[in-house]
Design a protein around this ligand. Sequence first.
Ligand code: SF4
Ligand code: SF4
Length: 106
Amino acid sequence: MSDVCLDCGACCETFRVSFYWAETDAHPQGRVPHALTTAISPYLVCMRGTERKPSRCVALLGEVGRAVSCNIYEQRSSTCREFDAGTEACNRARQQHGLPSLRLKK
Ligand code: SF4
Ligand code: SF4
């Protein structure tokens, strides 16, 4: 999370956060706690709570738009690591929570 994310968290409460099951600790090299995920296909899992609408990742702490943190920050999935602030998807999530758009990254 970048600094701007610490008082946002909108993406963690908007999208289905899915990734390959082997990123979970059910695989010897995986790190994401398997207990915090749910299967959505034979190969994919998502963070629990993001498989439904309204969505909220089970690992998100705090209040969106005020102060948030990720309870599994060091173990979060590649999907979370690769999601950047200042992208169109980021701004879509922010808009859904009534937060102002960020300047788009070039
Ligand atoms: S929606 Fe954007 S600014 Fe908000 S936490 Fe996610 S990446 Fe950060
Ligand atoms: S694991 Fe952490 S960074 Fe990823 S969606 Fe959940 S709260 Fe957000």
